[in-house]
Design a protein around this ligand. Structure first.
Ligand code: ADP
Ligand code: ADP
Length: 228
């Protein structure tokens, strides 16, 4: 589904963030990418939707080099959930979720039923929450909206970059469980970045451990525990 081949990234100031990264993510797989701050996790994620391009090497989605995709087509097919909750504060929850479906010119009725479906999926009662503004939701609820907004237009791939880092441990655990359930329901390809090894092991079908721009180990959580 997603394939990195010998990807290297050197920033203009000479910092080498990635050193010959080669790995793939299978269709419907949840891959967690874990490692200390500065090891190259965010750089890897930004490359998948072409916010950053490789200095060397190539990235493929469905066996097609991402350079060959129309940029809008590529980004519309990738949901991106960021560390900082990036909901628009002046817009209601339903308006926030509708952004990409509207850009894709979905019918109003389809968008509306999609919003209900997604909100129910993560336990947010649409009757209560649709018309609220982000600041009328708790941090955990806002993060849930961030997650379902990324899913709204049914992308093939979902990228999550430390989506729960700002949350208290209880909301965080609840959301981890939500993501696992969500993954089972929607069977999407998900790449989930975290600096927390426990989170990576709890969530991933496989775990990619990075250090200083390289992959140290890429394996199932069971094998990671047996061979740390
Ligand atoms: P992580 O997400 O794992 O914290 P990043 O991918 O953000 O790591 O960064 C990897 C390395 O690249 C770090 O050394 C970081 O300082 C460097 N880096 C990230 N962005 C830039 C940039 N725009 N210019 C120069 N160096 C950068
Ligand atoms: P995070 O890993 O926390 O998500 P980002 O990768 O989004 O952080 O980095 C925040 C900003 O700082 C980005 O604009 C990035 O390009 C920039 N940046 C990160 N590391 C460096 C660096 N070493 N030199 C210059 N800019 C950097």
């Amino acid at each position: 589904m997603i394939e990195f081949k010998e990807v290297t990234k050197t920033y203009p100031d000479g910092t080498t963030a990635l050193k010959g990264l080669t790995f793939s993510v299978g269709e419907g797989e949840l891959l967690t990418v874990v490692g200390p701050s500065g090891c190259g996790k965010t750089t890897t994620m930004k490359m998948i939707n072409r916010l950053i391009s490789p200095t060397e090497g190539s990235i493929f989605i469905h066996n097609k080099d991402i350079k060959e995709f129309n940029i809008h087509e590529l980004r519309w097919n990738i949901g991106y959930v960021l560390q900082q909750i990036a909901l628009f504060p002046h817009m209601t929850i339903e308006e926030n979720i509708a952004i990409v479906p509207e850009m894709k010119k979905w019918k109003k009725g389809d968008i509306s039923s999609r919003i209900d479906e997604l909100m129910e999926m993560v336990g947010l009662d649409p009757a209560t929450y649709r018309k609220r503004k982000p600041d009328e939701l708790s941090g955990g609820e806002q993060q849930r909206v961030g997650v379902i907004r990324a899913l709204a237009a049914d992308p093939d791939i979902i990228l999550m970059d430390e989506p729960f880092s700002a949350l208290d441990p209880i909301s965080r655990e609840k959301l981890q469980q939500d993501i696992r359930e969500l993954q089972q329901k929607i069977q999407k390809t998900i790449v989930f970045v975290t600096h927390d090894m426990d989170e990576a092991l709890a969530l991933g079908d496989r775990v990619c451990l990075m250090k200083e721009g390289e992959i140290v180990q890429l394996d199932t959580p069971q094998n990671m525990i047996l061979h740390p």
